[in-house]
Design a protein around this ligand. Structure first.
Ligand code: FAD
Ligand code: SF4
Ligand code: SF4
Length: 396
């Protein structure tokens, strides 16, 4: 879509220029001219008194979408270890491939990744495209996007799924731009529209208050990122075996514009919320960093880990790696105990798929009780010690 000005009609009143929210219009020789900053918002069309401005369809060179087949999952590995998100994407990818009646393939890049390629077969991939090269040992945007771009151009998958990890969030947009296709980030649900055989990509929007379903009808592949912990993992099958196809991974000077000098691991405690079976999460109600000490006692007793709402992270009480929710981690433990958390929609987005939810809150109208299986109305500083006392009385 482009905005065009009929110079014959324009009387140079400059009303469009004054009303453009993006300062995209200039006056040249007494006539309005649209610049590159134009977002095609349409404001100027309505203000022009002589109807000199209109929208024009821009025709993109057509993509023959019938050439694209198969569901691909980018299987992330770190230091030779397949990441859980890859197994989750294979679980979801299998459903999509079955609905589309096509193959499920995984793509894995790195150095000495042949064993991982075999592992992916056990998790249900029909094919594994793999690339082995020194340049792929440590992730760089240029190297990864080049190899996957070339593979997509050659094999033409119709769906391409990537984990919304730090790596995936960097790789996916770079690839989407190179492939000139759409990308829906942070999807929480993927389905096939059986009538048009296209991917329906659902994700939270407007701060989590609405769910938007996004389609990519004219371009391929249909690309989505999915957060770790959202989809169910594929099952490991002893007899699972994939056909392995090696991808070209050749790089000319200048192809990789960044050089990794050193990898510095984050110092301090590392938390794996996505793997935790029990999570004891604290919100504003814990009152300060010391409040988490009480939660930690309960978590330790139950063999779990602590987590937090964003309010606690914003207050500087706990590190962001502990945050559960829309802008934190999505978790699915067997037991989630929410202590002093009100239950804002952005928090619920990250934990409502938990097996059992217990809420402790002194306000009986707190929205967290709407998703809780068990609710305790009371002061967490009294309730948690009472639970700990009760647990102490029980045999280990
Ligand atoms: P509050 O809303 O202040 O609730 C505290 C609760 O504790 C209250 O219900 C109160 O009754 C109870 N309480 C107080 N004292 C006690 C006590 N002694 N015993 C028992 N109960 C007590 N939030 C997230 O958590 N994760 C996210 O990823 C996230 N992403 C966001 C993204 C966007 C774009 C936006 C706009 C917001 C996001 N938020 C997120 C913030 C979210 O909207 C809420 O502000 C936040 O979750 C509130 O945290 P809380 O429940 O800890 O605090
Ligand atoms: Fe400005 Fe919107 Fe008109 Fe473009 S369409 S020139 S952004 S007012
Ligand atoms: Fe020309 Fe219309 Fe813009 Fe006025 S509002 S300068 S007539 S295009």
């Amino acid at each position: 879509m482009a905005i065009v000005i009929d110079k014959d009609k324009c009387v140079g009143c400059s009303l469009c220029l004054q009303n453009c929210p993006f300062n995209a219009i200039t006056m040249v020789d007494g006539k309005a001219e649209i610049g590159e900053a134009c977002t095609a918002c349409g404001t100027c069309i309505d203000v022009c008194p002589v109807g000199a401005i209109s929208k024009e369809e821009t025709k993109k060179e057509g993509v023959d979408i019938t050439q694209y087949h198969g569901v691909w999952v980018v299987a992330e590995q770190r230091e030779g270890k397949l990441q859980n998100v890859a197994i989750e994407l294979l679980g979801e990818g299998r459903k999509l491939a079955d609905d589309l009646g096509c193959e499920l393939a995984a793509v894995v890049l790195g150095k000495n990744v042949s064993a991982i390629a075999d592992e992916l077969g056990h998790y249900g991939a029909d094919k594994v495209y793999f690339a082995d090269a020194d340049e792929l040992e440590i992730y760089t945007t240029d190297a990864y996007s080049k190899v996957i771009y070339e593979a997509v151009e050659k094999y033409k998958p119709e769906v391409l799924l990537i984990g919304a990890t730090y790596l995936g969030r960097d790789l996916a947009p770079a690839l989407a731009v190179r492939l000139n296709t759409g990308l829906t980030a942070d999807c929480t649900k993927l389905e096939i529209d059986k009538e048009h055989m296209q991917l329906m990509q659902t994700r939270p929007t407007f701060g989590g208050n609405l769910m938007a379903t996004i389609l990519c009808p004219n371009d391929r592949p249909q690309m989505s990122t999915v957060r770790p912990g959202v989809m169910a993992k594929a099952e490991y099958r002893e007899d699972g075996k994939a056909e392995k196809i090696e991808l070209a991974a050749t790089f000319a000077d200048g192809d990789i514009r960044t050089k990794v000098l050193d990898v510095v691991k984050a110092v301090g405690e590392t938390v794996s919320l996505t793997d935790a079976k029990v999570i004891v999460a604290g919100g504003n109600g814990v009152g300060g960093p010391e409040g988490f000490e009480l939660l930690k006692k309960l978590a330790d007793k139950l063999g779990g880990t602590i987590a937090a709402s964003r309010a606690c992270v914003d207050n500087g009480w706990i590190d962001h790696s502990y945050q559960v929710g829309q802008t934190g981690t999505t978790v699915k433990p067997a037991l989630y105990i929410a202590c002093g958390i009100s239950g804002a929609i952005q928090h619920l987005a990250g934990m409502q798929e938990s097996g059992q939810i217990v809420a402790i809150n002194k306000n009986e109208t707190a929205p967290i009780f709407e998703v809780a299986d068990y609710g305790i109305v009371g002061d967490l500083f009294k309730v948690i010690p009472a639970i700990l006392d009760e647990l102490d009385k029980r045999p280990e």
